[in-house]
Ligand binder design. Structure first.
Ligand code: AMP
Length: 657
């Protein structure tokens, strides 16, 4: 097939282009607000960043005054949007393949001029120039292509581009045309929800599954119901590029083009403005700059509340007037509940159109930044009675999936890890930098494991759960998969909190880690795709190393555990000896001190050079201290009883007095 000549040439010099390079097909999420580019190789899909390390290219193009000026694309164009509203084009996706009549409703949101072009198509007018939405999108695509070529070090000619599931033929064709103008051969146009499902590795199995893809961004909301049609011929087929996306059938879609995180920001702004007026009795009219600052600040408050139970709001109004308050997550959730309900009403419509009930949905995939709000996750989980998939970055999941589709089409997907077993053990970090494994390698999926842990520091109110993958015994030699904090635990002495950690791996290999502190009921969780970014040869390498270092590793783990437990013993015994004072005779005190000193020497040696420690001797020293301290426990209990009797005797004297 011959390439149509591109209307706009890219200037990228690509010295490293080879035949194999040319078979690389990039994945592009061409979004209304932001766009991203990704690629998938043996390590799975990954986002490609620009030279400044930015993944996101804002879908904004500025056409500077006078037709000769070079268009400015992305970050820089967005930064000056307010200064140059008439020559900066954004949200052009809303115009793709549309007539002016189609987009009348959107015009009030656009700062630039939209005019009628050939065949009643919507065009952008900048000064004397009439530009088609395809040309604007082509510039964004060209920028993404440039990002990809620079990141990969070779030329890129082919791409998969995503579009919303509800895009009609004209909108899809316009997107293809944009790609062609950008000098890209568009190998396939893929639905955004399908891409999100592909990023999670869905669609590979032989089961028929129904998936809901819930996409809640800044300004728009989309819900799509997809059906995965089992890939019957998969085993016979030698053609891996068989149209995987055709196994995903879009059953129904619904949404709201004006529902998103921006609404929540506005709710916080309104709350603050109302309370300022109530408190200071001011007839406040905030200037635009203050309003803008207030909006940004409200967004930051919202984002903070996704992680913490509360966020502080402070606005300096000048003349020593300061508005200040704490917004608790509970109160925030009360404010946004009906906003989440609006999205659920769209889900109900989509389900009704599909002729389904919520409990017929097998998987829920989350897309869009606003799905980071815990209440959104919780209400959606309850609605569908399924734990939503949140492991992948909701802003990147569509581009990642487009890259997966690209690699399938390029025939380079065969090395990806598609597994029915866990290739490497999974566990968490424990005190001293050791790893406690909960799920052993080669466990079949789905599977579940639970273990109890506690703290080793007094009064700890937050516990970090660090999840690791690998066969080695120490954190430093394993692969870190992620971490989260269990916060708000009431202060308790070391060893008293009862922390239950559960690993659950579902049939698609997605890991859910949850932690509950049983005494306080505090709970937190994280979701992870353990095999993300892991290549087959890396698994082999990690396995090999585990054999090679097995003996040393086991010893190190044992010494570290001994050190942690010995330190706890020493702390407890020293405190008791201090408290009991004269209740302990000198000989016994001296004997105990000797045991303590011996054990402290072991601890110090284990910190300096753990491999040099004689672990058996260390254990013996610890056991000797344990045995010697039995009498101390008895003295301690006797003393407590005496103290208690003395207190009650005092109380009865006080009462009778
Ligand atoms: P998107 O259009 O998918 O990029 O989503 C952008 C929206 O997600 C904006 O309204 C952001 O404020 C919101 N957002 C991003 N991160 C978070 C977060 N951690 N918690 C709540 N909202 C967030």
């Amino acid at each position: 097939m011959s390439e149509p000549r591109p209307d706009i040439q890219t200037n990228v010099d690509s010295p490293g282009a080879t035949d194999s390079n040319r078979s690389c097909i990039i994945g592009i999420d061409l979004g209304t607000t932001n766009s991203l580019v990704a690629v998938a190789d043996d390590h799975g899909p990954r986002i490609l960043n620009d030279a400044g390390g930015h993944a996101i290219v804002p879908s904004v193009v500025r056409f500077p005054e006078g037709s000769a000026g070079e268009p400015i694309i992305g970050r820089e164009a967005r930064a000056h949007l307010v200064e140059f509203p008439a020559e900066t084009v954004y949200s052009v996706k809303r115009l793709m393949g549309k007539s002016v009549t189609d987009v009348t409703g959107d015009l009030e949101y656009l700062g630039y001029q939209v005019v009628q072009g050939e065949h009643d198509t919507a065009r952008v007018r900048i000064g004397d120039r009439i530009i088609s939405p395809q040309e604007v999108s082509a510039l964004i695509l060209q920028k993404l292509r440039e990002v990809a070529e620079n990141a990969l070090g070779h030329q890129v000619r082919e791409a998969v581009i995503t579009v919303p599931a509800y895009f009609d033929d004209a909108q899809r064709q316009a997107t293809r045309d944009a790609g062609r103008i950008a000098g890209l051969e568009v190998k396939r146009i893929v639905n955004e929800p399908t891409a999100a499902a592909l990023a999670y590795g869905l669609g590979h199995g032989s089961k028929q599954e129904t998936i809901a893809v819930y996409d809640l961004g800044g300004g728009t909301f989309d819900i799509s119901i997809l059906q995965i049609i089992p890939h019957e011929a998969a085993e016979d087929s030698t053609d891996d590029s068989a149209q995987l996306d055709s196994f995903f059938q879009v059953v129904s879609t619904s949404g709201d083009t004006h529902l998103g995180g921006d609404d929540v920001d506005r709710m916080i702004v309104e709350l603050v403005e109302r309370e300022i007026r109530e408190e200071f009795g001011m007839e406040l009219t905030f200037p635009p700059s203050t309003r803008q600052a207030l909006r940004q600040f409200s967004e930051a408050t919202k984002i903070r509340l996704s992680e913490f139970d509360q966020a502080e709001i402070q606005v300096d109004l000048g003349e020593e007037r300061v508005y200040q308050r704490v917004l608790l997550r509970d109160e925030f959730e009360g404010m946004i509940r009906s906003w989440v309900d609006r999205s659920l009403a769209c889900c109900t419509r989509a389900l009704r159109d599909a002729g389904m009930k919520p409990d017929q949905i097998d998987r829920v995939v989350m897309v869009g930044g606003s799905t980071r709000i815990p209440l959104v996750r919780q209400m959606l989980g309850t609605y569908f009675d399924a734990e939503p998939y949140t492991a992948l970055d909701p802003d990147k999941v569509v581009a990642l999936g487009a890259a997966v589709q690209g690699s399938i089409l390029a025939g380079s997907h065969t090395n990806a890890l598609l597994l029915d077993v866990i290739p490497l053990s999974l566990g968490i970090e424990t005190m001293g930098g050791a790893v406690a494994k909960l799920v052993m390698r080669n466990s079949m999926v789905p599977c579940q494991a639970k273990e109890m842990f506690s703290t080793s520091v007094d009064g700890q109110t937050s516990i970090k759960i660090h999840i690791l993958q690998g066969e080695r015994e120490m954190v430093a030699d394993c692969r870190s998969l992620g971490e989260f904090h269990l916060r708000g635990i009431p202060p308790m002495p070391a060893g008293i909190p009862k922390l239950e950690v559960t690993f659950h791996i579902d049939a698609n290999g997605i890991l859910n880690v949850s932690a509950v502190e049983m005494r306080s009921g505090k709970r937190a969780a994280i979701q992870i795709v353990p095999n993300h970014g892991l290549a087959r040869d890396e698994v082999d390498q990690m396995e090999l190393e585990s054999y090679k270092f097995a003996r040393e590793d086991m010893k190190l783990h044992r010494v570290v555990d001994l050190r942690v437990n010995a330190a706890l013993d020493i702390k407890w015994i020293s405190e008791r000896m201090g408290k009991l004072g004269n209740a302990i005779d000198d000989d016994y005190r001296a004997a105990l001190q000797q045991h303590l000193d011996t054990l402290t020497d072991f601890i110090e040696q284990s910190e300096d050079d753990p491999q040099s420690v004689d672990a058996d001797a260390f254990l013996k020293a610890k056991q000797s201290l344990d045995e010697a301290s039995v009498r101390l426990h008895e003295i301690s209990i006797a003393q407590s009883l005496r103290d208690e009797r003395a207190t009650s005797a005092q109380d009865s004297t006080d009462e009778s007095g």
